[in-house]
Design a protein around this ligand. Structure first.
Ligand code: ADP
Length: 410
């Protein structure tokens, strides 16, 4: 008996506390059918921006959108106008980005009540993200209760880290009681980019060691050995590691005690300072690398110092992960800054020729859309620019899981 063809569309939802990003993909050929963003949910000035990539139709809607339920319904109405309604039998599943999966979720997971409870249990260590992610899942369940909902975790790719990398050197009993350890984030991006880098080199992921530098507004580095993450720069929360747009990254923890005891700041004020008022923004008043480069070109010393601090930290992580991996086949730059800012790539690797790391200035200056090499031919270590695609990765993982389950059940 022939089984019915598997529906081929996947809706990817990325729910923030006041936003909802969505993409509809056709997984037969991994094409994007529609994308959209609802911002400022719950305010009077909400906005929906929708683009259908099949017809080219775009639509913007301004006005109050009360909650995530209304946001998803508004997105659904736009999709209906494009002939891509969410009630279509073509829709195979909904894939959700979930930021924190703790130690429990090591792979994409079909959502049921027990999974929702576990994601909820992780709220104390992901207070900003997991509640919003849960709202997105519940909203989608209410809209299509018959459809598989899949949670894809930012932390999952990093669960292969050895204890030596994932534990902080604090009292083990206290750490375990409060689930304090290094989890890492941006996992779907690190997974996608490390695989795409292997592909660019014409090798299997199991054959290559890659340092992935995800440099967006948030930024993280990872050391990936043979397709498995062995270290990453973010920790219990996305605050640790590299200098970011508005986050400090690494810092002596005593800075916090000092700001509280001597500076008279409250814990909430320090939290806001380190997450929202630090990084490039704290150093020079701008967190957009384009603006910082423009100011540097005009001779602005504050912007130059912010850039230098950003590069110094990045270079330290590249060196550290080189040592962790022992042998490095490729360094891959990705996300907004990594994909676009050639001066960042050049500066981060300058002086590392002895490690086999060389950037070809001409190749580095060429702008392009796809994965590409920017190291000279025959370089010992490949240096690559690999555009990340977290939505495609979530859709791919979701579709693979749903396909596997339907094969098991048929
Ligand atoms: P996130 O997803 O963390 O918000 P992105 O990966 O979209 O971040 O990256 C956003 C950042 O990328 C911007 O803040 C800006 O600093 C940087 N960026 C985007 N385009 C360019 C460019 N052409 N040149 C330099 N930096 C850029």
């Amino acid at each position: 008996m022939r089984s019915a063809p598997l529906a081929s569309r996947v809706l990817v939802l990325n729910s923030g506390s006041s936003s909802l990003k969505y993409q509809l993909l056709d997984m037969r050929d991994s094409t994007r059918l529609a994308t959209g963003l609802v911002e400022r949910i719950g305010e009077q000035t909400s906005r929906l921006k929708h683009t259908c990539l099949v017809s080219g139709r775009t639509h913007e809607l301004n006005g109050p959108i009360a909650d995530h339920d209304a946001a998803l319904k508004a997105a659904g109405e736009e999709l209906v106008k494009d002939g891509l309604g969410l009630d279509s039998p073509e829709l195979a599943a909904i894939g959700h980005r979930v930021v924190h999966g703790g130690m429990f979720f090591t792979e994409p997971t079909l959502v049921d009540d027990a999974v929702l409870t576990e994601i909820e249990r992780l709220i104390p260590i992901a207070p900003l993200h997991n509640p919003a992610n849960l709202t997105g899942i519940r909203t989608a369940q209410a809209l299509r209760p018959d459809l598989p909902q899949v949670a894809v975790f930012d932390t999952a790719f990093h669960t292969t880290m050895p204890e030596s990398a994932s534990r902080y050197a604090i009292d083990v009993k206290i750490a375990d009681r409060h689930r304090v350890r290094r989890y890492g984030f941006h996992g779907t991006s690190h997974a996608y980019v490390s695989r795409a880098t292997a592909q660019l080199l014409g090798k299997a992921p199991s054959e290559v060691n890659v340092i992935v530098l995800h440099l967006g507004n948030g930024a993280s580095a990872s050391a990936v050995r043979g397709g498995r993450c062995v270290d990453t720069s973010m920790g219990l929360t996305p605050l640790e590691g590299l200098v970011m747009g508005t986050r400090s990254g690494d810092l002596d923890p005593a800075v916090i005690f000092h700001l509280q005891r001597v500076g008279g700041m409250s814990m909430d004020e320090i939290d806001t300072l380190l997450n929202k008022g630090s990084g490039l923004f704290g150093l020079c008043g701008d967190n957009d690398m384009r603006e910082i480069r423009r100011r540097i070109d005009e001779g602005d010393e504050e912007a130059q110092l912010a850039f230098d601090i950003y590069i110094h930290r990045l270079k330290k992580y590249i060196g550290a992960y080189y040592a962790v991996l022992g042998r490095v086949d490729a360094v891959a730059f990705t996300a907004g800054v990594g994909e676009n800012a050639s001066p960042v790539r050049e500066a981060a690797l300058s002086g590392l020729e002895e490690l086999g790391l060389v950037v070809d200035s001409e190749l580095n200056a060429v702008r392009g859309d796809g994965p590409r090499l920017i190291s000279p031919e025959h370089a010992r270590v490949a240096v690559a620019v690999v555009p990340t695609d977290e939505e495609l990765e979530i859709a791919t993982q979701t579709y693979a899981l749903v396909g596997k389950n339907s094969r098991v059940n048929s």
